[in-house]
Design a protein around this ligand. Structure first.
Ligand SMILES: [Zn+2]
Length: 420
């Protein structure tokens, strides 16, 4: 009952999205190139209205936004979709390579040049000096930009006419749609969901993760909810991690595996970066000292003697059941920057044996109280893993020492094990 109501709600929400958004598939034709060029010329025309430093900065920001979109349009969407046509054998490999190279070669100089030549003031250079230099540079810069823009429009026109003559019609460009919605009381931007495979299922999972995140964060550390950043749920390739902290928002990979608690952990982990970056340096120092002070060593010779199992360490049930602490210590080696490369690439106990046979140092640094495998990376990631796990799985998922450190730097957190 609950489940089907949930599905209905998701379906309704997606229905609304479909009706309110602009078409995702665009074509690159003569009209589109004309539009791009017109927008570009409008931006250039604004140069004559710039009368002081502040206006120059404003103008520079507008140009920067346009340039970023243009950059994405060309290299992320147009050329990416074109490469797909080679893959599907609609376009020959030779033609594919030729146009890819030519378009990059003729448009890249323009993208690089089209940045307004104004520097930000600092303690050595005043606004007035910045603006003077800008005014002196402006005419020469304009000439350079216009010349490079001409090459860019020309190659796009040639491409469009080659395409019409050889493939037919105009190339389609799949521009991801970004859609702002409210989900479970959070500001969420869906990015590229319209062309994502099984987006409904992933959005449903994400919604349940948000419910869990809100409830548990309110129980253990409400600061996270009170200071919640907007969330961007991205279905566009190019994000291989679960999420990323981007200071004014958090980016979450739309394609999450696992259960809703695991996704709640990813959300809490990224918000924990926000907490870490904005806390006092005293608290940061304390945490770093605790993590550094927690380092001990294990002897890998004991490990290979005790666990001859050949399965991958991260799915090695034998080690997990017998010694969960050791499990995280071994699995964490792949993130640990202070061990040698040949060891951080070891996936199985046999690999570790090979490392030892090759003369590798059997004594390696590990955390005595590991938080998770990924927490081995550095102190900040360890903090984010700890707070993320506290929110998603509760205090029982963390070593007592780690709970003590969290209590010290986050006095308002509730880490007692009665919280569920
Ligand atoms: Zn992180």
């Amino acid at each position: 009952m609950n489940e089907s109501r949930e599905l209905l709600r998701i379906a309704e929400e997606l229905g609304q999205l479909h009706s309110s958004r602009i078409a995702a598939k665009q074509v690159l034709d003569v009209a589109k190139i004309r539009q791009l060029r017109k927008d570009f010329l409008t931006l250039m025309g604004n140069a004559s209205r710039v009368r002081d430093y502040a206006m120059a900065i404003k103008w520079s920001e507008a140009v920067g936004r346009w340039n970023r979109d243009f950059d994405d349009y060309l290299y992320k969407y147009l050329l990416d979709d074109f490469k797909n046509l080679v893959y599907k054998k609609v376009v020959s490999e030779r033609d594919g390579k030729y146009w890819d190279n030519l378009i990059r070669e003729r448009t890249w100089p323009f993208v690089v040049e089209f940045r307004v030549p104004i520097n930000l003031e600092d303690e050595y250079v005043s606004k007035e000096t910045c603006f003077d230099r800008f005014q002196r540079e402006l005419p020469r810069w304009k000439n350079r930009v216009m010349a490079k823009a001409r090459l860019a429009w020309k190659v796009l026109e040639d491409f469009v006419s080659w395409y019409a003559g050889n493939i037919g019609d105009a190339p389609e460009v799949d521009v991801p749609v970004s859609e702002k919605i409210e989900m479970e009381g959070f500001a969420v931007t869906l990015f590229g969901a319209e062309s994502a495979h099984s987006a409904e299922r992933y959005i449903g999972l994400f919604r349940r993760a948000l419910q869990i995140y809100r409830k548990r964060a309110n129980q253990v550390y409400p600061w996270l909810i009170h200071n919640q950043l907007p969330i961007r749920l991205s279905f566009k390739a190019g994000l291989d991690a679960g999420g990323e902290y981007r200071s004014s928002y958090i980016l979450i990979n739309g394609y999450q595996a696992g259960n809703p608690e695991d996704v709640a952990q990813v959300i809490a982990h990224e918000m924990a970066h926000h907490r870490f970056k904005t806390m006092g340096s005293g608290e940061q120092d304390f945490w770093e000292r605790m993590i550094r002070g927690d380092v001990g060593t294990i002897d890998l010779r004991d490990v290979v003697k005790q666990f001859p199992d050949k399965t991958f360490i991260f799915e090695n049930k034998q080690i997990m059941a017998h010694d969960p602490v050791l499990y995280y210590q071994l699995d964490g080696l792949r993130y640990n920057q202070s061990v040698s490369r040949s060891l951080s690439g070891a996936d199985t106990v046999s690999d570790i044996r090979e490392y030892l046979d090759g003369g590798g140092d059997p004594k390696v640094p590990i955390h005595r109280h590991p938080i998770s495998s990924y927490a081995s990376k550095n102190a900040e990631e360890a903090f984010c893993e700890a707070l993320g796990m506290l929110v998603a799985y509760g205090p029982n998922s963390l070593p007592d020492d780690v709970l003590d450190w969290l209590r010290i730097i986050l006095p308002s957190s509730r880490t007692a094990s009665c919280v569920s």
